[in-house]
Write a protein that binds this ligand. Structure first.
Ligand code: NDP
Ligand code: 2IT
Length: 451
């Protein structure tokens, strides 16, 4: 079969644009991976002969379903639910569930696509998937959340299982939702088994899973810093978001001696010019993760905190930026502001938080840029360890899991370096993560034949 050229790359991507015009996030994620792995595919006859690229951009399957639930007034409410099973080439489908009113199939396709390469980078046997629903947990009572989760699982349970597809949390799906989802799965399957991760510690969950994504992002950052002969102590860090990932990233960064000066939520920016201390972070955790209230309330009556409605953290000068809220939250203009302010490292805690313009600006400036599929893989990695503990019917302790998480993040870092370092010793982590993540999946696909 003849080799393809870069004009073929353009037409390959253009074909997808024609086929999926309503899925910009999916196209964005595909463009990022395909552009980086194209030369590798050109050079590898088995990948070309097996049409690996054409196959990998098409999810194995997407199930979509209606979810009807009853609100507290007794009215039936209708949501859309999905599970995108992208690839099980290297292990059972694995990836989170997102509950968000604006969720679309295209967003879930991007997340499932990314998940496949992220999971490959962890070195664990995990395929890629993502799912969710248009349900908005905000403002709902516990009873409403429970009824929704039960109804959602009544549909989803047919497609998941410990060796088939293992969902976990993502935006809008935390410990409470996983509890209700697991309870309904167990009732329907009549089996106590690890069909979900992120479970509570009293019923098969793993130590360190709730902290894992944020802590893992900081472990990855530390590895990047260490390679640059630099360290986290006394660095000024801007973080966006105030959810599971952002708050645990902030917690670990503060523990490592950094000064974290921002957090944010969908209403605005919480600026702490003197930095958040551990007690203050505990208060924010209670407000955002337990009470699910607005971040602005934390600043009320405070002399050291400022809340700016409608603003993002990217106008605040920092050494390190950790976008940990949502996709495309940091654009080209934000990147310019951050670079002008002297940012030296940008590490993605959220999935695809930087737009292509922003990523291009950071790469051009040759700062340390850690892409999501490498930097936020700690969450799914500890999910993989939760699956291993469930299979063995054992629970490992916190110290063991923290050290395994750190080892995995350093290994991911090193995989990025192996495939992303140029002749001058500069590491392009975007290239490294895409090539290393892709190669393992592609080799497994070649080995398994035309399936
Ligand atoms: P949470 O639901 O716990 O938190 C999300 C946070 O982001 C909330 O503070 C939310 O604000 C804020 N937010 C949402 N949309 C916006 C917006 N448009 N502008 C500013 N802030 C916004 O989710 P997670 O922390 O779990 O997830 C955050 C990111 O990390 C997502 O991209 C997710 O896919 C990714 N991720 C999560 C993993 C996990 O293990 N949980 C693993 C790997 C990646 P508000 O409270 O006002 O809604
Ligand atoms: O985006 C992600 O990696 C997650 N939401 C975690 C997935 C998981 O299965 O733990």
């Amino acid at each position: 079969m003849p080799r393809r050229s870069s004009s073929d790359l353009k037409s390959f991507l253009a074909e997808l644009v024609d086929r999926y015009p309503g899925q910009p996030e999916f196209l964005q994620a595909v463009d990022d991976v395909v552009t980086e792995v194209w030369p590798l595919v050109e050079d590898t006859k088995a990948y070309r002969d097996n049409e690996i690229l054409r196959r990998i951009v098409e999810p194995d399957r997407i199930v979509s379903f209606r979810v009807v639930w009853q609100d507290d007034r007794g009215r039936p409410r209708v949501e859309r639910g999905w599970r995108v099973q992208h690839s099980n080439a290297i292990g059972p489908y694995k990836g989170g569930l997102r509950f968000s009113p604006n969720l679309t199939e295209g967003v879930l396709k991007f997340l499932a696509f990314e998940q496949t390469f992220k999971n490959s980078l962890t070195g664990l046997p995990l395929g890629g998937a993502k799912g969710g629903a248009t349900f908005a947990p905000r403002g709902k009572s516990d009873a409403e959340v429970m009824r929704f989760c039960q109804s959602f699982m009544t549909e989803l349970h047919r497609y998941i299982g410990p060796n088939e597809d293992v969902p976990a949390g993502d935006m809008g799906v935390g410990a409470r939702e996983i509890g209700y989802l697991f309870g309904q799965y167990k009732r329907l399957a009549n089996r106590f088994e690890g069909a979900l991760t992120g479970k509570g510690l009293s019923y098969g969950g793993s130590e360190v899973r709730s902290e894992a994504t944020g802590w893992g992002t900081v472990f990855f950052l530390k590895a990047v810093l260490e390679r640059a002969d630099d360290g986290l102590k006394d660095k000024t860090v801007s973080i966006s978001g105030a959810g599971n990932v952002a708050l645990h990233a902030a917690q670990k960064a503060v523990e490592e001696g950094a000064k974290v000066v921002t957090l944010s939520d969908s209403e605005g920016l919480l600026h702490a010019p003197d930095g958040f201390d551990p007690e203050l972070l505990e208060r924010v955790m209670t407000q955002k993760l337990e009470r699910r209230g607005p971040l602005s309330a934390v600043a009320e009556g405070s002399k050291t905190l400022e809340f700016h409605k409608g603003r993002t953290p990217w106008g605040v000068e920092c050494d390190i930026a950790l976008p940990c809220a949502t996709q495309n939250e940091l654009d080209g203009d934000d990147a310019k502001k951050l670079l002008q302010g002297g940012v030296r490292y940008v590490i993605e805690g959220a999935n695809m938080p930087c737009t292509p313009d922003a990523v291009a600006a950071f790469r051009k400036a040759k700062i340390g840029f850690g892409p999501a599929k490498a930097a936020n893989a700690g969450g799914v990695a500890v999910s993989g360890l939760e699956m291993a503990q469930n299979s063995a019917r054992l629970s490992w302790d916190e110290a063991r899991l923290t050290s395994q998480l750190e080892d995995i993040m350093v290994e991911i870092h090193d995989r990025c370096v192996a495939d992303g370092e140029d002749r001058n010793g500069h590491v392009d982590y975007v290239r490294g993560a895409n090539i290393a993540g892709f190669r393992k999946v592609a080799d497994a696909m070649v080995a398994q034949g035309v399936v």
